[in-house]
Design a protein around this ligand. Sequence first.
Ligand code: ASP
Length: 423
Amino acid sequence: MENASKNLERKWYQKLHWQVFIAMAVGVLVGYSPAGGFFAQYFGWLGDLFMRLLKMIIVPLVIVSIVAGVASAGGGKVVGRMFGKTLSYYVVSSLFAALVGLLMFNLINPGKGYPITDTGTQPPDLATPESPIDLLLNIVPTNFFASASAGDMLGIIFFSIVFGIALTTLPQKPRTKITDLVDILFKAMMSLTNGIIRLLPIGVFGLIVTLVGKTGLESFGNLFKYVLALGSGLSIHFLITIPLLLYFWGRVSPWKHLMNLREPLLVAFSTSSSAATLPVTLNTVQKKVGVSNRVTSFTLPMGATVNMDGTAIMECVGALFIAQALGAEIGFMTQVAVVITALLASIGAAAVPSAGLVVIFIILNVIGIGDNPEALLIVGGMLSIDRPLDMARTAVNVYSDSCAAVVVGKWEGETGINEKIHP
Ligand code: ASP
């Protein structure tokens, strides 16, 4: 959280996104030079190291992020009722988000013709569940520790959600003992994640040198199509799906809500962190939108951690883009598996910059390409252009959280929400 606001005060060259941009430009130059192959061999390990660091934090980060987010609901009957309502909104809006991502992927097919497919590399066979029931069964782990050590993230996410819910049923004293501890662990993991993300320019340099050394500049054409698919998915969800949910569920004017929310949206856009934006979101949704403190203090902190529609779109488009770029056959069941996993991965993503790209490995693992070296290179390309996309998806994440507060407020019988546009 602090890191994101500090980022605003830094000189341009100290800002992470500029450093990543420069690293990418230098990586392209070095990789494209006549000695590109040699440099790729020499510097490629930097990218591998960075990827290992990202993978290292996934399991603990996802567990504490979900448990802290879900358990932040507190306890008691009223809270239980609000919890059900809030969770329904979060699941439905994130599911719609992932479906919008799927639609844009199928319309644009961003990975088709990716240069890796021309190099004679064998396309991988994706691990696909046989049926939706199979997928459902795979989500429930038989042994939590075995799932954690095997990196079976779906099982971990499922267990963390139900464990977080179980915590909310405990009496206040023992509950706060555990939730305080989880909060501390969560803060520590966020700080570790921020530290690793600071190394992004080094990782991007290593990955881009290897990518360009191997496939030249052609892969950037496909990356552009990925940006197009993701950008249009984010726009459709922001401008059509969420306003429709707001209108039909909340019975408020989507236009007034959008106008009232300008400030948090701008902060989300500039910080790329839902967590850093949370104080502004809370203030605006209470004072300008007019939702009570009782509802906002419940829905917004939880939403910042577990409700990430923009991230769900990115996970869905991104994972399918990688599979398609590798030339893999993407059947119907793979798409179903990716949508469900994208939804779960977005719940597990922490509310900090670039978290979406950390959890993309969850989906890649589920479809069986998490360790594919070519897939890792493509993730490197995506990392290098992620900042503007992260800004946009964070704004979508924050927007959806604010709409959840409105809808739950309305369902709780509150009046006077979004009555006028505040300056
Ligand atoms: N930066 C996003 C957020 O904080 C998470 C992501 O990277 O998708 O909401």
